[in-house]
Design a protein around this ligand. Structure first.
Ligand code: NAD
Length: 321
């Protein structure tokens, strides 16, 4: 099977490419390096089964001569915390339409990277795939990301009904691990690791009581490889996240990372940043996935504990310093 990955030089894309190449798949990867890194894909460059296209998928010509059985569509803008909402809405819509059109004309399946952020402020935990999606007002720009992904999901489902496009939608919950972007783009763990390595203050947004369920990237990409290889995943939505034991508050995550890097003797240095510093911002106070559908369909369960996953991630982040 030939798999095309958009955003291959990014975090999840490069980890997925590695897993697929190891398993003998042919991989075509595309990236414009807006948020990806050459170092994430350099080890694949000499492999016959890997083709890299440096280009922007908003340009229709970029993938013209490259057909595949499946397109895993990962390239995306994220929550506009420090960036702008226009780019999130415009890019995510534009790239999605290009990829969906390509899948329809090439008769490829699409695997679409959606996000836990679509559940928004829903307070009924854990979130299952049929839970309500509860967003805040459109005047708060952070919702642009969830809106773009909800639109993406519905656009894909409508394209299935209209044009027979086969799809799998994965709603990813906070992935972390080697190759992550070491800035806020990669998530709080990326920044906390950098700061703890420098013994500098770790910035906590709000009071740090908000919780997340962090998923080691190997578990994320193992779920995506099931979507690729198992036809049971056709035309389904799946949460892709860790077990509930991996839920942790952001302040405890900062403390855990500090302890893993600097031990017990030195107290963590924490600096609290009020949400008002981001303009109008609404955070999600708790995010826990119900992953029973993943288990029921594929007998799949995430294997990594947060402590073990963080050790691997810290070792990698030390190396790239
Ligand atoms: N990492 C997570 O925890 C997480 C959680 C939920 C959802 N997701 C979704 O998973 C996907 C992958 O996330 P990630 O963390 O690997 O992101 P990432 O930013 O590390 O990777 C995305 C890659 O896409 C590339 N890209 C962006 N726009 C492009 C364009 N127009 N043309 C070509 N390349 C382009 C970037 O350069 C980057 O390398 C995204 O769709 C994201 O919304 C990720």
């Amino acid at each position: 099977m030939r798999i095309l990955i958009t955003g291959v030089a990014g975090f999840i894309g490069s980890n997925l490419a590695g897993k697929l190449l190891e398993a003998g798949y042919e991989v075509i990867g595309v990236d414009n390096f807006s948020f990806g890194f050459e170092r994430n894909i350099s080890r694949f460059r000499k492999l016959n089964k890997f083709t890299f296209i440096e280009g922007d998928i908003r340009d229709s010509n970029c993938l013209k001569n490259h057909k595949s059985d499946v397109i895993v569509h990962l390239a995306s803008q994220k929550i506009p915390r420090y960036t702008n909402a226009f780019r999130t809405l415009d890019d995510n819509n534009n790239t999605l339409q290009k990829i969906v059109q390509k899948c329809i004309s090439d008769k490829s399946r699409i695997i679409y990277a959606s996000t836990s952020d679509v559940y928004g402020k829903n307070t009924k935990l854990p979130f299952s795939e049929t839970s309500d999606l509860v967003l805040g007002p459109t005047t708060i720009k952070r919702w642009a990301y969830a809106i773009s992904k909800i639109y993406g999901e519905q656009y894909i489902i409508a394209s299935h009904e209209e044009f027979g496009l086969d799809y799998t939608i994965g709603r990813f919950f906070g992935a972390y691990g080697p190759n992550q972007n070491p800035t806020w783009w990669g998530g709080p763990q990326s920044v906390f690791i950098n700061k703890a390595l420098q013994k500098e203050e770790m910035e906590i947004h709000g009071d740090g009581s908000q919780t997340r369920t962090f998923t080691y990237v190997e578990d994320t990409v193992n779920a995506v490889t099931r979507f690729i290889s198992d036809p049971k995943s056709d035309n389904q939505i799946f949460n892709v996240g860790a077990t509930q034991e991996c839920e942790i508050s952001i302040i405890d995550l900062a403390r855990l990372i500090w302890k893993q890097i600097n031990g017990d003797k030195l107290n963590p240095r924490l600096k609290f940043i009020p949400y008002s510093d981001f303009g109008k911002y609404e955070d999600v106070m708790a995010r826990i996935p119900d992953i029973s559908k993943l288990k029921e369909f594929f007998n799949f369960e995430p294997a990594w504990s947060l402590e073990e996953g963080l050790k691997k991630t810290i070792a990698w982040q030390r190396e790239i310093k």
